[in-house]
Design a protein around this ligand. Structure first.
Ligand code: AP5
Length: 254
């Protein structure tokens, strides 16, 4: 367990709530990266976040994962705001801005993580982006870039319908393009692979609508601050990752 005030790189603290502290040693990365990953549902933000974590030592912080972790709690232990958030998520609607921003504020120390961070799924609206800017200022840190992943709608549906996620370590697989060695079992931790509730067809449609309503102002927000980098998400995860590394000026390993 690290001492109070020193925050190392352990995503469990983000997932388990403000009372939890990081437990691992600092990643020791040469440069600290603070990135926001943007893009439609299923474009591959979580997949690229996993690859970036391995490369940069930064901590993967996903608001969607926090809501899904809360979903597995007993509902009578969840706050009224969290109950609303879970209902929105399962139905494919966006969680209200205030609820999401309060959650991130509660865990603002994770944004000072010594290894840096990859924010996946937050911000999702221009209002959330404004709040994030304020929170980062209050923590004395700044963003390096906002990576925006783009892909045609039909390919998004294919990625979402075949997605499987480890119930234990949250690693992301796909039944066709990124299958685990043993069907239904996580390669990393041996946990069970499950299909997300919001990957049902009706919920996917609602998520796409919510995304289309909010993304343009968000992109404008980051374009105005000269942080926006547009990246095609077509091709294999490794091909997309090579584009990410080129955009960030990272070395390409052959
Ligand atoms: P969240 O968990 O953030 O979901 P999302 O943004 O809809 O994104 P996904 O996790 O579905 O997709 P992804 O882009 O990470 O793709 P992945 O890498 O898994 O949010 C869930 C819900 O929580 C929201 O709907 C909302 O209700 C709520 N919420 C969360 N944050 C919120 C906020 N800030 N404000 C309001 N509400 C909020 O990849 C998908 C699949 O494709 C996988 O199977 C993967 O293996 C495969 N794949 C990935 N890349 C490739 C590739 N290059 N080629 C082939 N297959 C690939």
């Amino acid at each position: 367990m690290s001492t109070p005030g020193s925050y190392s790189n352990d995503r469990a603290a983000w997932l388990k709530g403000p009372g939890h502290r990081c437990s691992e040693a600092p990643a020791g990365a040469k440069r600290v990266w603070r990135l926001v990953l943007l893009g439609p549902p299923g474009v591959g933000k979580g997949t690229q976040a996993q690859l970036l974590c391995d490369e940069l030592g930064a901590c993967h912080l996903s608001t969607g994962d926090v809501f899904r972790a809360a979903r597995s709690m007993e509902m009578d232990k969840a706050s009224p705001a969290m109950v609303t958030a879970i209902e929105c998520m399962v139905g494919g609607k966006l969680v209200p801005d205030l609820t999401v921003v309060n959650l991130v504020k509660e865990r603002a120390k994770c944004l000072r993580c010594v290894g840096g961070f990859l924010l996946d799924g937050f911000p999702r609206t221009a209002a959330q982006a404004g709040s994030l800017e304020e929170i980062l200022q209050s923590q004395g840190v700044t963003l390096n870039a906002a990576l925006y992943f783009e892909l045609p709608l039909e390919q998004l549906r294919t990625r979402l319908s075949g997605r499987r996620t480890c119930g234990r370590c949250k690693a992301v697989y796909h039944v066709a393009s990124r299958a685990s060695a043993v069907a239904g079992v996580c390669d990393t931790c041996g946990g069970d692979l499950v299909q997300r509730e919001d990957d049902r067809e009706e919920a996917i449609e609602k998520r796409m609508v919510a995304y289309n309503l909010t993304m343009e102002p968000l992109l404008t927000f980051y374009a105005e601050r000269k942080l926006l980098m547009r990246i095609s998400a077509a091709g294999s995860p490794d091909q997309v990752f090579t584009r990410v590394k080129v955009a960030l000026g990272l070395p390409i390993h052959e």
